[in-house]
Write a protein that binds this ligand. Structure first.
Ligand code: CAA
Ligand code: NAD
Length: 281
């Protein structure tokens, strides 16, 4: 697999495109929103230049990565690619549409992956005519920094597809883990209830947001407190994952905190909207 098609140039898609291009894959990056595509590419260039400044990458390496990266003018550009990874908005209807298009456009040998945080891979695979070649490849945010990739097998995913994607993650210098398709997979099934519980502690007035974050940073050595991390992930994404856990397991322990719902309803989505639990300039 050499030619990679990345759909969605937001915080995850741009990071994924950067990592593939930095490891000598030819990457085409697509977004329905031209402004988002431009911003995505600018962000990648900025991070590559910074990696050179910090001596984490040679100037030649960064130039090569830039040369391996192209913007796509439409989904048709996936026609000559071997692997597609989708990182569009976390909505099943949008993902299904993207997968139907990819299935029509891409060659028979191509593997189709989704970076979804929580939507069922099995349902995504079912809308294609190649369900055994559909898989979850769940990168963590920020993609260029975080080492983990959850490789999620839909019930239809073949062992061959799994092995090829596992190898692909290793070629990107990431550590893959083998996960089955159940709500939240592993990362978000463990992480999100902690974030949700942190929101409950401020909702119930147990402590201030700053103190909740300090407890987890200094008490547990987490690099970010849970409320700061929620802002960084996006509160809409956090809420959508809690709803999928609640719905998928039917257990009240996954009930989303009413305060989290209220923030999302207000459009306070975290860092990306300028305000979440904290305010961003
Ligand atoms: N993209 C690329 N690189 C980034 C970055 C970004 N968005 N943000 C920070 N970095 C890099 C910086 O360039 C910096 O490297 P240099 O110093 O060499 O330039 C390095 O990361 C450290 O950054 P900072 O010094 O600015 O800040 P920090 O020490 O606090 O580290 C962090 C930032 C790596 C994000 C760290 O705070 C951290 O690990 N936070 C927790 C991240 C986490 O838990 N991610 C998982 C989220 S859950 C998820 O992704 C799954 C899901 O489905 C929701
Ligand atoms: P984002 O909002 O930053 O970016 C999504 C991008 O997709 C936007 O630029 C949007 O214009 C584009 N888009 C929407 N519909 C499209 C379509 N039909 N075709 C092409 N582009 C389209 O979102 P994000 O945080 O990068 O999340 C993307 C995916 O990654 C989601 O499935 C999310 O659950 C998952 N994810 C997010 C995180 C996180 O921490 N934010 C971590 C892991 C996985």
């Amino acid at each position: 697999m050499k030619n990679i098609f990345v759909i969605g140039a937001g915080q995850m898609g741009a990071g994924i495109a950067q990592v593939f291009a930095s490891h000598n894959f030819s990457v085409k990056l697509f977004d329905v929103n031209e402004e988002a595509l431009k911003k995505g590419i600018e962000g990648i260039y900025k991070r590559l230049d910074r990696a050179v400044e910090k001596e984490r990458m040679t100037k030649e390496g960064a130039e090569q990565a830039k040369a391996h990266l192209e913007t796509a003018s439409g989904m048709e550009d996936a026609a000559h690619c071997d692997f597609a990874i989708e990182a569009v908005v976390e909505r099943m209807d949008v993902k299904e549409k993207v997968f139907r298009q990819l299935d029509d456009i891409m060659p028979d040998h191509a593997i189709l992956a989704t970076n979804t945080s929580s939507l069922p891979i099995t349902d995504v695979a079912a809308v294609t005519n190649r369900p055994s070649q559909v898989i979850g490849m769940h990168f963590m945010n920020p993609v260029p920094v975080m080492k983990l990739v959850e490789i999620i097998r839909a019930i239809q995913t073949s062992d061959e597809t799994f092995e090829r994607v596992e190898q692909l993650a290793e070629q990107l210098a990431k550590t893959p883990v083998d996960v089955s398709d159940y709500p939240g997979f592993v990362a978000n099934r463990v992480l999100m209830p902690m974030i949700n519980e942190a929101v409950f502690t401020i909702y119930e007035g147990v402590a201030s947001k700053e103190d909740v974050d300090t407890v987890m940073k200094l008490g547990m050595n987490h690099p970010m407190g849970p409320l700061q991390l929620a802002d960084f992930i996006g509160l809409d994404t956090c809420l959508s994952i809690m709803e999928i856990l609640y719905d998928g397991f039917g257990d009240s322990k996954y009930r989303p905190c009413p305060l989290l719902k209220k923030y999302v309803a207000a459009g306070w989505l975290g860092k990306k909207s300028g305000r979440g639990f904290y305010v961003y300039e």
